[in-house]
Design a protein around this ligand. Structure first.
Ligand SMILES: Nc1nc2c(c(=O)[nH]1)N[C@H]1C(S)=C(S)[C@@H](COP(=O)(O)O)O[C@H]1N2
Ligand SMILES: [Mo]
Length: 343
């Protein structure tokens, strides 16, 4: 029997928010190193590279320089998107910048911001390819200038049952799709994140993950008004730990469907693979719409916990965005065949 010692701060009660990394790391360590393995926080969750350097900086000091910075304070809030009645208000930036899932920089949510210093998030290009009329490399600065940047308050719901409310800044994904013009046979949009093990210690050390991170959605989901390309937050460009310089946000889906720091968008005729489904096929579906009635195999989704307040609130179908996206799925939150599915 493997003698796995879990750092005490990881020994969470079921009633607490359960990090996915506890399960995956434990399982992978046991598989990889066999009996007698000592799993300590230092072996996986704490930054090794870049940590000394990062300690000089605070969590709000991770905004890469960009000539477009002046556009962000000007972004106008779209009044259609509100906090909603379950949350007490917008989360503070301190909360959103210090509680992160970004496994490229380790699995300790409270420590991601300490590990991002080596990551060079500007300048940045997005490569567009596959079934598209205008393939090529698009400079992010040009995209920021081409589209009107707007602010949207979106609720963010992680499958681990925590939630935050964030004033993101960016532009609709539909605007980018209209510019690059997917071909008629393009049915799916696939996103790929950067692959730089020298700048992201999690990519170097956590070799059991299939880097780089990748996601996929249907093209009609991508064209939905809610699908947002995020380049800023709280009135300024994105912090590195939140996916600088460009991420996706799909607020009706669990957080893992919203890839951070993307470098490539590819259009395909068939659905592309997704990072979490490939890792644990029985637990993470393709659609992964937020669904209070379909429990994850290891935890109920009926409630969520607001980061920063600790309050528990009921989970809503589509995270409360059913009016916007319900018709994409005929009103069925977890389409048949998606996993996990209600028995
Ligand atoms: N590249 C990349 N994108 C990612 C992840 C990741 O590990 N790597 N984690 C996802 C998950 S599980 C969540 S909940 C959100 C977290 O975003 P936040 O830390 O900005 O709140 O990012 C998503 N996008
Ligand atoms: Mo997540």
């Amino acid at each position: 029997m493997a003698n796995v010692h879990i750092h005490s701060s990881w020994r969470l009660k079921d009633s607490e928010v359960t990090p996915e990394s506890v399960y995956v790391n434990r399982r992978e360590f046991v598989k990889r190193v066999g009996g007698g393995a000592i799993l300590t926080a230092a072996s996986s969750a704490c930054g090794i590279d870049g940590q000394a350097e990062a300690q000089q900086q605070g969590p709000l000091d991770n905004i890469p320089d960009t000539p477009t910075a002046n556009l962000y304070p000007e972004a106008v809030r779209d009044p259609r998107f509100t906090v909603g009645d379950r949350h007490p208000g917008i989360s503070t930036e301190e909360v959103v910048a210090t509680y992160n899932n970004f496994y490229e920089f380790g699995t300790d949510k409270g420590g991601v911001w300490r590990n991002v210093a080596p990551f060079e998030a500007r300048p940045w290009e997005i490569e567009v390819g596959g079934l598209v009329e205008n393939p090529g490399r698009y400079d992010l600065v040009e995209l920021e200038r081409a589209f009107q940047l707007e602010e949207r308050i979106y609720r963010h719901r992680c499958v681990e049952r925590w939630s935050v409310v964030v004033p993101w800044i960016g532009f609709p994904l539909a605007h980018l799709l209209n510019k690059v013009e997917p071909k008629h046979d393009a049915g799916f949009v696939n996103f790929i994140t950067f692959n730089r093990p020298d700048q992201a210690f999690g990519q170097k050390t956590q070799t059991w993950y299939r880097w780089p991170y990748y996601e996929s959605i249907r093209i009609d989901e991508a064209m939905n008004e809610l699908a947002f390309v995020v380049t800023g937050m709280y009135g300024h460009p994105l912090q590195k730990q939140n996916g600088a310089p460009v991420r996706i946000h799909l607020p009706w889906k669990y957080g893992y469907k919203s890839p951070k720091s993307i470098v490539k968008i590819e259009f395909t005729a068939t659905a592309g693979p997704t990072f979490w489904h490939d890792l644990q096929p029985a637990e993470y579906g393709y659609y992964s719409n937020v669904d209070p009635d379909v429990p994850h195999p290891r935890w109920s989704q009926a409630q969520e916990e607001i980061v920063g307040t600790g309050d528990r609130i009921p989970t809503l179908p589509f995270n409360g965005y059913g009016e916007w996206v319900g018709e994409l799925y005929g009103g069925v939150v977890t389409p048949p065949g998606d996993v996990p599915h209600a028995p």
